[in-house]
Write a protein that binds this ligand. Structure first.
Ligand code: BES
Ligand code: ZN
Ligand code: ZN
Length: 488
């Protein structure tokens, strides 16, 4: 697994600055005022920084941007990176500065001069998230990242403040690795093994095998994996840090590869369907974060792991399957398999854990990408309070999320001629009919959110906090929602 940075926290001793190697990062607010560390660097550089700050080049620099002075005379450092910051940086701004620093320093060792009294741990968090790389399958490109040292006036306090954020970064990296991993590596069994390993952190992990699920009547979930050599699994993770209170639940779609099944997808772009386990990946990342930071909350995470392949044994379009709830489903399109996975996972979750609420996550529909693009996930909910709390948490964490409607009117679109319900509604409102299908498997008074993350789980161009590929969208927001709800 790729590991987030492990920063060293040391006292900002300005007499050491001349001899430090690698890159040195200094923060200069838009006002141009240099702090004590920056003044010393400026002196060693014979006034270069001061000269730069006094010119229009500094004035024209965008707040949040970086400029690098390579091979500075008078110092052992390979470069000095000047970050232009806001005078009173917000948490968002500090994280953005960290991400900008990550790009400016590349693979070098780095010392960050963080003399200010603001939350410098947030800058390190942004740097850590942006310094992710997925290189397991590159045999030539194994260049490791250098060390990160934060030089502050209060190293012990900064280190303590950073440790919670590091737990979040580790959860995000876990999710990204899972989502980036190809399907021949991340099979259902391999995925389950990686979740079972969370036991080392104190997570209780239970794996239901096909025989267990048959006994429970999970004909909907099992129908998706009939064509695959990889066994279908339902993995239940419990983090019990909250005493006797009933749990809150997260449920994820874990389709390790989605060919569409007999309703085969077109070839172009099909390789992207390695990310169709993104919902399960986020659930896994959140569980890891909660365990690492020993959250005072009871959270259960359930993921349905399955591969959707065409085969003689595959479910056919037109087949009728029976869910654990007892409702029969006409499978019109075998490519609308995510809802079949979640139907049984949601029902099992409620029957087994009777949670106080459920959030499910799934790369469920292409239609959500048509509606919202790659900046926002679709939020569908039967509970205004839970939904508002989630949207707030997502906003604070800079993870785009936009509420979408539900409504009984859409149910007509998924009425089946021969069964209780059918698994597709047609082109109109494709993401809503999918959510409406899921709602049938949510008990009437259960507070519930469905997050359609098809557009945000993995993207083709880099984002503020990740290179292109898996983003880890949702880990930060869900972690914050849980912290706000149970630990405030
Ligand atoms: N996994 C896909 C949805 C998806 C599309 C995720 C693009 C990520 C990027 C899902 O299983 C699917 O194929 N949905 C169909 C539903 C349709 C058949 C009703 C879709 O969106 O086309
Ligand atoms: Zn599909
Ligand atoms: Zn799918």
């Amino acid at each position: 697994m790729s590991q987030p940075i492990v920063p060293k926290f040391e006292d900002l001793d300005i007499d050491r600055l001349a001899k430090l190697t690698g890159k040195i990062v200094v923060l200069v607010p838009a006002t141009g005022t240099m702090d004590v560390g920056t003044r010393r660097v400026n002196k060693l550089m014979k006034g270069t920084l001061k000269n730069f700050i006094s010119r229009t080049e500094f004035e024209e620099m965008k707040t949040g941007a970086a400029t690098t002075f390579n091979a500075p005379l008078g110092m052992d450092a390979s470069g000095v990176v000047l970050l232009k910051s806001a005078a009173r940086p917000s948490v968002d701004h500090l994280r953005d500065l960290g991400a900008t620093a990550a790009k400016a320093i590349g693979h070098s060792d780095v010392h960050l001069l963080l003399a200010k009294p603001y939350k410098v741990e947030e800058l390190l968090f942004g740097l850590s998230l942006r310094r992710y790389q997925f290189t397991y399958h590159k045999t030539a490109d194994d260049k490791p990242y250098g060390a990160v040292t934060a030089l502050t006036n209060k190293p012990a306090e900064t280190a303590a403040a950073y440790s919670n954020l590091d737990a979040v970064a580790q959860g995000v990296f876990f999710t990204r690795d899972l989502v980036n991993e190809p399907a021949n590596v991340l099979t259902t069994s391999d995925f389950a093994d990686r979740l079972v390993a969370l036991k080392d952190l104190g997570v209780t992990v239970k794996v239901l095998e096909e025989a267990d699920m048959e006994k429970l009547g999970m004909g909907s979930l099992l129908s998706v994996g009939h064509g695959s050599k990889s066994p279908t699994k339902l993995v239940c993770m419990e983090w019990n840090g909250g005493g006797d209170e009933p749990p809150f639940a997260l449920v994820g779609k874990g389709v390790v590869f989605d060919t569409g099944g007999i309703s085969l997808k077109p070839g172009a772009g099909m390789e992207d369907m390695t990310m169709d386990m993104g919902g399960a990946g986020v659930v896994a990342g959140v569980m890891k974060t909660l365990a690492l930071r020993k959250a005072k909350a009871n959270i259960v995470g359930i993921v349905g792991l399955v591969e959707n392949m065409p085969d003689a044994l595959s479910t056919r379009p037109g087949d009728v399957v029976k869910s654990m709830k007892g409702d029969t489903i006409e499978v019109i399109n075998t490519d609308a398999e995510g809802r079949l996975v979640l139907a049984d996972a949601l029902w099992y979750c409620q029957e087994t854990y009777n949670p106080t609420g459920i959030i499910d996550l799934a790369t469920l529909t292409g239609a959500i990408i048509i509606g919202l693009g790659h900046d926002n996930a679709g939020v569908f909910s039967n509970d205004d309070t839970l939904s508002a709390n989630f949207l707030k948490a997502a906003d604070v964490e800079q993870e785009g999320a936009w509420r979408m409607p539900l409504g009984a009117g859409y149910d007509k679109l998924i009425e089946s001629r021969i069964a209780d319900i059918k698994n597709v509604g047609g082109r109109a409102a494709g993401s809503i009919t999918a959510a409406q299908f899921l709602q049938r498997f949510v008990k009437p008074d259960m507070p519930w959110i469905h997050l359609d993350i098809a557009g945000v789980a993995s993207v083709k161009s880099e984002t503020s906090f990740a290179p292109k590929g898996a983003t880890g969208w949702g880990v930060k927001a869900l972690n914050r929602l849980i912290a706000d709800k149970y630990e405030a």
